[in-house]
Design a protein around this ligand. Structure first.
Ligand code: PRT
Ligand code: ZN
Length: 292
């Protein structure tokens, strides 16, 4: 039987569910090599002193708080709901969703102020009670573990508070959003005492550098293009790259090849400007990692 190496850092991720695939993909992008058979409880990294534990997402905040593991990847929604005493290290930019207050499409409730004396079903009772209290609404909160979206039609509740990502579950159940409680995404958390352990602290910092490299790379695209040399000053102005772009001469006289990175949020407007000023053969590639 495989054995857990106790000197290594331990990271808990969801075994099977919406966070699993993206968490594994993120760790692999950070260069960590490990097996991920759904039947094993944990996997040892081949190229980093790290053990990855596969558990239910609801257990992760507690495991991290009590030091069963050093790190965990969990939804912000669980952190808001359970309020564990853990340190938030990094927003991981995947598994986006929002906790929303929803009612049947034909409901007379159109605003959360109409909820007084109503029944609200949810798997997030703490978040819901906090929201109602903050808005001075007196509604009854009914805690349900699954299929919250079915409770209005069953006559159990007048409204629900549930996670929404694509909105297709709401549509399928004739529900509509009337308010958003908060947004959520996957978060890397750590035990609060972890940073007092020098050896582990150094390893976690190494991991964080890798993770940040993956996150930064996601925001950039690598571009290569050809252009007449005389428009170089204009190109330099147009590409808000990291530093000045890499330039190499082409076989045709007066022409150069330019390589740079473009930020995702200004990508299309930058490409359009480049075409307009005379750049051609623009080739765009994804960036795997970018260490700033
Ligand atoms: O077995 P385990 O306890 O580990 O898993 P689980 O069933 O409790 O969790 P899982 O896999 O459903 O969700 C894990 C995490 O994914 C959540 O804690 C959130 O951080 C995140 N996440 C992102 C979501 C959603 N999107 C989501 N859409 N979690 C749940 N949903 C559900 C929602 O409750 C509703 O039933 O999906 C339905 C709505 O989805 P759309 O796409 O139809 O809007
Ligand atoms: Zn769960």
């Amino acid at each position: 039987m495989q054995k857990l190496n106790n000197g290594n850092i331990k990271l808990a991720i969801q075994k099977k569910g919406r966070l699993s695939e993206d968490s594994i993909e993120f760790l692999r992008k950070a260069g960590l090599e490990f097996e991920s058979y759904s039947k094993s409880l944990f996997a040892s990294c081949r190229n980093f002193p790290l053990e990855i534990l596969f558990v239910r997402d609801d257990d992760i905040p507690d495991y991290v708080e009590t030091g069963v593991v050093d790190l965990g990847i969990v939804g912000q929604n669980l952190l808001n709901e359970l309020q564990p005493k853990v340190k938030k290290l990094l927003n991981l930019r995947f598994c986006f969703c929002s906790l929303c207050l929803c009612v049947p499409k034909d409901s007379s409730i159109s605003d959360f102020y109409d909820l007084n004396d109503a029944k609200v079903a949810t798997s997030y009772p703490n978040s819901t009670k906090y929201f109602l209290l903050k808005n001075n609404i007196k509604a009854k909160v009914i805690t349900i573990n699954g299929s919250v979206e079915a409770t209005p039609v069953l006559g159990i509740a007048n409204a629900i508070v549930d996670l929404v990502s694509t909105g297709s579950t709401l549509s399928a159940n004739d529900l509509k959003i009337i308010s958003k409680l908060y947004d959520s995404e996957a978060i890397l958390i750590s035990n609060i005492n972890l940073l007092t352990n020098k050896k582990k602290n150094a390893l976690v910092n190494k991991l964080l550098t890798r993770f940040k490299g993956v996150l930064v790379a996601k925001n950039y695209k690598y571009v290569m293009m050809n252009a007449p040399e005389k428009i170089l000053p204009k190109i330099n102005k147009t590409i808000p790259g990291l530093k000045s772009p890499t330039i190499s001469p082409l076989n045709s006289k007066g022409w150069i090849s330019i390589q740079s990175v473009i930020k995702e949020d200004v990508f299309w407007e930058t490409i359009e400007k480049l075409k307009k000023i005379g750049a051609t053969g623009i080739l765009v590639l994804p960036v795997e990692k970018l260490i700033l």
